[in-house]
Write a protein that binds this ligand. Structure first.
Ligand code: UDP
Length: 455
């Protein structure tokens, strides 16, 4: 049996204050034809990163509207995580060049062409991935109406299940891709693609991520969403925020620049430090918080934590905070709320839940215009989209100096998230997809454009 992940119960009615009675009633009506349906979400890890964050809300909310939803994880080990990290990096496309204060995105792109830090996809990696996927199929012993398989890690499970028992069941299989595939390396995509062929549908965050040769008959667009009632996003009292700042030695009277992200080259932690150093020239009291949990399936985390610490050097105004130093969801929440400006300096980003989280907390953002970030940040309305460290630093300085603009951005950002990226929207999108697949709609399913307000 595949390991099951326990989730805390949630009640859809608790979300009425955020989105209104009409929206909640619509969702309950959408779920009615699916009452009792068995749904499995299958992914690689129960902790760390955006997928685990999403499932910890989506699964209990599906249950709350009468669906028999489960979350299970595939078996794993260091060899699988090394391998799946490699395919993840290859599917994200380019490699990373080290950041410098002078580095523009153009020069980064130029250096990427010359220097690759990602290894090519090898037969040995393929064998490890296949072995774990075959094992996942062996442990798969339940019947479901819908199975949603997240990302490349367990994507081969259906292939191996079909090898042992050719498809006769009525289960609808859905592959949910959280990755920005726009620059996917052909070797990785052509390896993965045949394993996706037997799926009934795939889900991508944005139209731009959909490869032209996606083999599934249906394609849905569903953006990730955040839970306003999770420990990560719930309202906090000023004293709760102060307590967290005090605990980590952060001065609430001085400006705070924050990035919440795993220590991962794609999140450009070194670039964050460089931007801080640039801003500090004119804002000497600035503090930098880099908050990054160590996901169990992310072997690079410790390496990039160390690299980041080295780039920081001896600077008591910089705080590198992880789950290992006591940062859980509540602490992330408090640190985001205490921030004067929030950064998201990703080089690639499937979506970036951290962006929606900061916008929801009415924080002004400065972020790179990559992947799913522009979907969330309307530049000049709730933050700034930037393409170089210098531009990033200049925008941070502007927002630190102009607090009324920062406040206006914050208010706009919160409303944008309310309209588009709260978990009720994500739930509704899934229900629409399940209903559509049940009805065997022949047209391509596009839940995103149907349910989301105009961005
Ligand atoms: N996160 C966290 N603690 C940390 C760093 C990140 O809980 O120290 C959370 C973050 O708040 C967000 C998720 O992990 O909910 C990261 O999701 P995102 O989509 O931003 O990035 P991913 O890690 O999936 O690439």
């Amino acid at each position: 049996m595949l390991e099951s992940v326990l989730v805390l119960p949630k009640d859809i009615n608790d979300y009425r204050p955020f989105v209104g009675d009409q929206r909640i009633d619509e969702i309950i009506a959408q779920a009615a034809p699916l009452r009792g349906a068995r749904v499995l979400h299958l992914n690689a890890t129960a902790y760390g990163g955006g997928v685990a964050e999403l499932l910890s809300t989506n699964v209990p909310l599906l249950r709350s509207v009468g669906i028999d939803a489960e979350w299970r994880v595939m078996p794993g080990g260091p060899d699988l995580w090394e391998t799946t990290k490699a395919i993840h990096n290859l599917l994200q496309g380019a490699s990373i060049a080290p950041s410098s204060p002078e580095a523009s995105s153009e020069s980064i792109r130029h250096r990427n062409r010359r220097r690759s830090i990602v290894a090519p996809w090898t037969p040995e990696m393929a064998a490890i991935w296949e072995r774990y996927n075959a094992l996942t199929a062996e442990l798969f012993d339940q019947q479901y109406d819908f199975v949603v398989v997240h990302d490349p890690q367990p994507a081969g499970v259906l292939h191996f299940l079909l090898q042992s028992s050719p498809k006769a069941s009525s289960t609808k299989w859905i592959w949910r891709c959280h990755i920005d595939l726009t620059k996917a390396r052909p070797d990785a995509w052509s390896f993965l693609r045949p394993y996706l062929a037997p799926y009934d549908a795939s889900i991508f965050t944005m139209q731009e991520f959909v490869k032209s040769d996606v083999p599934t008959p249906e394609v849905a667009l569903i953006a990730p969403t955040i839970d306003p009632l999770s420990a990560k996003n719930i309202e906090l009292s000023p004293s709760a925020i102060s307590e967290v700042l005090h605990r980590f030695g952060i001065d609430p009277k001085r400006p705070i620049l924050t990035q919440v992200s795993r220590f991962d080259p794609w999140k450009d932690p070194l670039g964050v430090v460089d931007v801080y150093k640039l801003v500090r020239r004119t804002v000497p009291g600035l503090q930098l918080l880099m908050v990054g949990s160590m996901a169990t399936d992310d072997p690079e985390g410790f390496k990039y934590f160390e690299l980041t610490a080295r780039r920081v050097g001896e600077d008591p105004s910089v705080h590198l905070l992880t789950n290992l130093s006591g940062v859980g969801s509540l602490e992330v929440n408090a640190l985001q709320r205490a921030s004067s400006v929030v950064l998201q300096k990703s080089i690639r980003e499937g979506f970036g839940l951290t962006v929606a989280e900061a916008l929801w907390k009415a924080r002004p953002m400065v972020a790179t215009a990559v992947g799913g970030i522009p979907l969330q940040i309307a530049s000049g309305q709730c933050g700034y989209l930037v393409s170089s460290n210098r531009e990033c630093a200049a925008r941070v300085q502007e927002l630190l100096a102009n607090r009324s603009l920062a406040k206006e951005f914050g208010t706009n950002g919160r409303e944008r998230v309310r309209a588009n990226f709260l978990t009720t929207t994500g739930l509704s999108d899934y229900l629409q997809l399940f209903n559509g697949l049940r009805a065997q709609a022949s047209a391509r399913v596009s839940t995103f454009s149907a349910s989301r307000s105009r961005l």
